[in-house]
Design a protein around this ligand. Structure first.
Ligand SMILES: C[S@@+](CC[C@H](N)C(=O)[O-])C[C@H]1O[C@@H](n2cnc3c(N)ncnc32)[C@H](O)[C@@H]1O
Length: 248
């Protein structure tokens, strides 16, 4: 899913402590937007941001174009790779960050990802990650959950089940990252903070139109339910978020 919550990104950015010449890993960079924000905000610190995402054509190409447009090619390297096996030597990263990445990792892969993040970090260096936590049962959160259900169904229909959203309990993540060797792992929950992009409904509509008629009518029903709820509540969909942190 794409997200438009720049305020949330800015709040997250304000929590980052970036020193001169830091080597930063942005895990699951997607469109590269978060890496770009870090690059812009901390440019004078001359960081080098290694922004990794699966080597899927559209992600990597779009992200590289955005980096070029923003004239940040000397600050950000967009790397197509699998974060279950990070192509970086151990003990060299100063900061691991991610913005909506963990929810895209299936539970069975979390341990591998956590171990890899721990391996590449320097001793005493931090990881800081923000992600969805749809725990409360507000109406807008219900819309959010319906959107996720629709997005997951679309990913199945387009043969990309590995991009489905999985909600992880931060208590469980704390255990996983602790077992991977992170110290002082803790998390914070934020209520109703994430607003997903309002253009998603149109985007889903376009994707559904490309499907075979069987899949199309099933997903159209889901989409119509979301549209009805959006009209009824007159709001975009929000969800809660967690911020998890720890130190190697
Ligand atoms: C919601 S998107 C990222 C959003 C992005 N961080 C932003 O700020 O806009 C989650 C990304 O994680 C990537 N991803 C999930 N599992 C991965 C893995 N094992 N290796 C690399 N990328 C992965 C997906 O391809 C997807 O682009």
């Amino acid at each position: 899913m794409r997200h438009s919550s720049n305020d949330e990104r800015s709040r997250f950015l304000n929590r980052l402590k970036i020193g001169k010449g830091y080597l930063i890993l942005d895990a699951g960079t997607g469109s590269g937007d978060f890496a770009i924000l870090i690059g812009e905000k901390f440019k004078e610190k001359q960081p080098w941001i290694v922004a990794i995402d699966f080597d899927l054509k559209e992600h990597i190409k779009d992200a590289r174009n955005s980096v070029k447009e923003k004239k940040l090619a000397d600050v950000i390297s967009i790397v197509g790779a699998d974060l279950r096996c990070i192509p970086i030597k151990g003990d060299c990263i100063d900061n691991v960050v991610s913005y909506y990445f963990l929810s895209f990792v299936p539970s069975k892969d979390l341990c591998r990802v956590a171990h890899e993040m721990h391996r590449v970090l320097k001793t005493s260096s931090p990881m800081l990650m923000l992600d969805f936590h749809p725990k409360s049962r507000s109406e807008t959160q219900t819309i959010f959950l319906e959107m996720v259900e629709l997005s997951n169904a679309l990913k199945d229909a387009f043969g990309a089940p590995y991009l489905k959203v999985n909600f992880h309990d931060p208590r469980y993540l704390k255990e996983i990252f602790g077992k991977a060797g992170f110290r002082n792992v803790c998390y914070q929950i934020f209520k109703n903070r994430i607003e997903t992009s309002k253009d998603l409904v149109n985007f889903y509509e376009e994707m559904i139109a490309k499907l075979s008629s069987n899949n199309r009518s099933r997903l159209c029903r889901k989409l119509n339910r979301v549209k009805r709820n959006l009209t009824k509540f007159g709001k975009a969909e929000y969800t809660d978020a967690y911020l998890i942190r720890g130190v190697k």
